[in-house]
Design a protein around this ligand. Structure first.
Ligand code: GDP
Ligand code: IMO
Ligand code: MG
Length: 440
């Protein structure tokens, strides 16, 4: 009897403590996570980025003004919300300083609302140089990296060489920096890398001074104390599940765990703390950079998606590759992340299409599969499609679930059935208010 009472109390305590919800991308990035985090942030006293770095470009519209965030969490425009850059993030001080200047000009108090984990690894100028040298060396096989130094910085983390934000507060930071730089220089010499990075270094040291003045905190205590005091936390993912270092389309991936598992080691929280995982997907699909993309459309339809969806990278300006929604990849991402609800963005981009396609299987070596193969890049795949009628209606001014066209409901209901997860929100434009909660 006593043990039964203990169990009930224990479960109640855990329920009380489950306080972290997650918003992350289910495709190859750029699903519209920034807009969605900005929308939901008002209900969360703490918003935290748990991985990635300035390779991310999260677009927000604040009072009609467009801003792209690379390092700062997307809750920053809500006064009174604490925004944490977690230990799993790699941080470029130069980008952060520039971004802080932009948001400050828009009325944000970064000294009050922005916090940086002392365990976050620093991106050095030589990491950026190494990224570039590595991409050049790969030739035709290049990843299409954003060249922000992400891969080399995570390599120094797992290789146990990297410098962390907390190291800035050490008197001998400069010595540590010089020591790591000389290791990098040897690698750059091996690559015969010629570029003069002295101006990058001057900017870096200027930015380091700025970073020292920000709130540098022990992120894991910061977040766990917030949870213990009953504050809800929103974890913001960068990139997308198909760019995950373990489960993405390796080697055409980024260098961090982008899936929900990354929330635990990227913030220092236990798995039981995670409650909802909101997976963001476009109503179609895009990818920027190299690597396999089974539903890519190298034709007029793909061009139309790019034009209507303004599909150009928020970080690099590169045209995004466009194609139909890939339900095989999405189902895989839902499984890996434990997605509890889907948010579908850019539905309005499909407004003018007569017909839509959704990939429901991969045909490979004469067989049809609904599973992700080991090496997507080396597998000849013919996507198997199911067709849908388009809704041929402008949905951008709609605000209620009941207004959504019937043809759209059919498209979404099929996707829900295939994935086994409900689509709870539809985004019908880039603005904050263009988000419709789907009611049963
Ligand atoms: P993120 O990296 O996931 O935050 O996404 P990006 O900001 O890189 O790319 C998403 C782009 O789509 C941005 O330009 C957004 O302003 C825009 N966007 C977001 N949601 C919608 C939507 O529902 N409709 C349209 N037309 N644009 C959207
Ligand atoms: P957000 O957070 C889309 C892609 C790059 C490249 C690969 C590796 O805005 O969704 P990296 O710079 O990490 O070495 O690049 O990953 N990539 C992204 N694609 N959105 C992103 O972030 C991305 N971050 C990296 O284009 O193919
Ligand atoms: Mg982006």
């Amino acid at each position: 009897m006593a043990s039964r009472y203990f169990c009930v109390a224990h479960v109640r305590a855990i329920q009380f403590l489950i306080m972290v919800d997650v918003i992350l991308g289910l495709q190859w990035g750029d699903e519209g996570k920034g807009k969605i985090v900005d929308f939901f942030a008002k209900d969360y006293p703490v918003v935290a980025r748990f991985q990635g770095g300035p390779n991310a470009g999260h677009t927000l519209y604040v009072n009609g003004q467009k801003i792209v965030l690379h390092q700062i969490p997307s809750g920053i425009f809500h006064a009174g919300i604490k925004n944490l850059i977690g230990n799993g993030v790699v941080l470029d001080p130069v980008t952060l300083k520039r971004e802080c200047a932009s948001v400050t000009a828009m009325g944000v108090d970064v000294k009050k609302n922005l916090f940086v984990s002392e365990r976050a690894h620093l991106i050095l100028p030589t990491h950026r140089a190494l990224d570039k040298a590595a991409e050049i060396a790969k030739g035709e096989q290049k990843i299409g990296s954003t060249l922000k130094g992400i891969g080399p910085t995570y390599m120094d983390k797992t290789g146990r060489n990297g410098l962390r934000v907390g190291d800035l507060l050490d008197a001998n930071f400069k010595d540590k920096y010089i020591s790591l730089r000389s290791k990098h220089q040897q690698l750059l010499d091996n690559h015969n890398f010629q570029e003069d990075i002295s101006s990058w270094e001057a900017d870096f040291f200027e930015a380091i001074e700025f970073l020292r003045e920000l709130n540098i905190v022990n992120g894991e205590y910061f977040i766990n104390e917030a949870i213990a005091s009953g504050q809800r936390v929103l974890a913001e993912g960068a990139q997308g599940s198909m760019l995950d270092i373990d489960f993405g389309t390796f080697p055409f991936v980024t260098s961090s765990n982008t899936i929900s598992a990354g929330v635990c080691n990227g913030l220092g929280i236990a798995p039981q703390r995670i409650r909802d995982v909101y997976g963001v997907t476009k109503a179609y699909c895009t990818r920027v950079g190299g690597g396999p993309f089974p539903t890519e459309l190298n034709d007029e339809t793909g061009e139309t998606l790019r034009r209507i969806g303004s599909e150009f990278g928020a970080t690099t300006g590169r045209p995004r590759r466009c194609g139909w929604i890939d339900l095989v990849a999405l189902k895989y991402a839902c499984m890996l992340n434990g997605v509890t609800a889907i948010i579908m963005t850019k539905a309005d981009v499909l407004d003018s299409f007569d017909t839509l396609e959704a990939c429901t299987g991969y045909q490979t070596a004469g067989k049809l599969t609904e599973q992700m193969p080991f090496q997507l890049d080396q597998t000849q795949i013919k996507p198997f499609y199911r067709s849908f009628s388009g809704w041929k209606q402008d949905i951008t001014a709609m605000r209620h679930s009941s207004e959504l066209p019937g043809a759209m409901q059919s498209y979404i209901q099929f996707i829900e059935g295939y994935l086994g997860v409900s689509v709870k929100y539809i985004s019908n434009g880039p603005d904050r208010e263009q988000l419709i909660e789907r009611l049963p």
